[in-house]
Design a binder for this molecule. Structure first.
Ligand code: EPU
Length: 435
């Protein structure tokens, strides 16, 4: 298993290109199941989660070809209507094939994802919503066994009891091939859903209400092919903004519009960071001195993304005062706290509330990534810490960040990926790494 070695204390300076968004690319790839014409996606990052989705779609019947950042998905017919446990357990977003399978072939057998490190994460809204469109669904032997009597879903109204991103995406995908109109209420307005709706429109589906909590979709007989560029990854961008600030650096992010990070940017500006939009979808970030403390809480878009909570916590662990972070989306998303504490952070947690007392400095040590975003919070902490930080279980990072060590080292960071047993330090001197 790879590890990341970081020697902290170097201000980041340079330009960081932002990739296409993982969480937009995943539902867009699942959309490829709905059409028998090719869907070509551009700006698709190279990430473990997207490789997992490619594998799943290939098993279902898609022919997938990747050239650079372009991925072509062609699904002339559905060969298997199953998403097996072995794939779903690796990536919860596999649930996104449920809606398309039901819509295209009236049948689906999808493993229940189960809980994960950040919470229980049930899929009851997906199931109830698809039932509203006429599917009969039973849970048997850990699988969602779904059928559509008569073979075709029927448009209906469904109100989400709470905001769910992939829940909304599954319903939108299913409704596109349903008979008649579907009206979805209390729909998540995350930009990735807007990206999916744009692509659906390009494939000939009539959509109303993009960017609002009420979305209407006119189901169609068949979807055409399309070419679509995946939107930028706002979470990757936010991660590098936090990294630039914690190192008192000065960076320019490319291919990202500041409007995708409204609450995050406002909060950091209030705490003393300079974050400004530049022409042509660029963002300028700079910081001198210590970041101020913040009182923040996660919420659905346009609120502060839960996917940036861990990175902000790393940053606030060296702020000039007392911060409070409330996690409102997932019940167990503080796994990084213990690891940050090993680096000297002073954080106490009570329920969904973390109290962070800024310390003078963090100190490098061995830490373990527990989930995707938690892992980058440790990298961010390592960039500022005194001495060497070794982050293990890097497979979490590889699910969502392409070339993170390359992007950071090009901005001056001393950071290096090493294979288990390889004897190197980030600064290049030989040293045996403890297994
Ligand atoms: N929920 C239910 N029932 C459902 C669905 C969700 O109770 O049927 C609850 C969840 O347990 C959670 C809340 O609703 O408490 C929100 O969950 P949501 O369904 O919105 O999460 P998700 O769709 O599974 C996506 C992202 C996550 C991101 C969340 C929140 C993708 C592939 N994943 O997950 O991204 O944290 O929305 O914004 O889009 C990540 O990239 O690291 C990541 C975890």
């Amino acid at each position: 298993m790879d590890k990341m070695l970081i020697v902290g204390g170097v201000p980041l300076r340079g330009t960081i290109p932002i990739n296409g968004a993982k969480n937009a690319a995943l539902p867009l790839m699942a959309l490829g199941l709905l059409s028998d014409q090719p869907l070509v996606l551009d700006n698709v990052p190279t990430l473990a989660d997207l490789t997992t989705m490619e594998l799943l779609l290939s098993e279902i019947g898609s022919v997938i070809k990747r050239v650079g950042k372009k991925v072509a998905i062609y699904t002339p017919s559905i060969k298997s209507f199953e998403a097996p446990y072995d794939i779903v357990r690796k990536m919860r977003a596999s649930i996104l094939v449920l809606g398309p399978l039901l819509a295209r072939c009236g049948r689906a057998h999808v493993s229940l994802p189960g809980g994960c490190a950040i919470g229980a994460r049930p899929v009851n809204f997906h199931i109830d919503g698809l039932r509203a469109l006429g599917a009969t669904i039973e849970i048997e032997n850990g699988y969602i066994c779904a059928n559509v009597p008569g073979g075709k879903l029927t448009g209906a109204e469904y109100t989400f009891p709470n905001i769910s991103v992939t829940g909304a995406e599954n319903m939108i995908l299913a409704a596109s091939l349903a008979r008649g109109e579907t009206c979805l209420k209390n729909v998540a307005i995350e930009p990735e859903i807007g990206d999916l709706l744009d692509c659906l429109q390009a494939m000939g589906v009539q959509v109303e209400g993009k960017g609002t909590p009420t979305v209407r979709i006119q189901g169609t007989e068949s979807l055409s092919g399309a070419f679509h560029k995946v939107m930028p990854d706002r979470i990757e961008a936010g991660t590098y903004i936090a990294a630039a600030i914690i190192t008192c650096g000065e960076v320019e992010l490319e291919n990202i519009n500041i409007s995708l990070l409204p609450t995050f940017v406002d909060a950091l500006r209030n705490a003393g960071a300079t974050i400004e939009p530049l022409e042509n979808d660029k963002i300028y970030v700079s910081m001198s001195g210590k970041i101020g403390p913040l009182s923040i809480e996660t919420s659905p878009f346009p609120g502060l993304a839960t996917d940036l909570q861990a990175q902000l916590m790393a940053l606030l662990s060296v702020s000039s005062g007392e911060s409070v972070i409330v996690e409102n989306i997932f019940e167990n998303r503080f796994m990084h706290v213990c690891e940050l504490a090993r680096m000297g952070a002073q954080i106490s947690v009570s329920g969904n509330r973390a109290h962070v007392t800024g310390v003078e400095h963090l100190s490098g040590t061995s830490v373990m990534a527990t989930d995707l975003r938690a892992s980058t919070s440790l990298v961010i902490a390592g960039l500022a810490a005194r001495g060497e930080t070794i982050v293990s279980r890097l497979y979490h990072i590889d699910r969502g960040y392409e070339s993170i060590e390359k992007k950071l080292s090009e901005c001056g960071a001393i950071i290096k990926r090493v294979r288990e047993g390889e004897a190197h330090t980030a600064s290049g001197t030989n040293k045996k790494i403890a297994g």
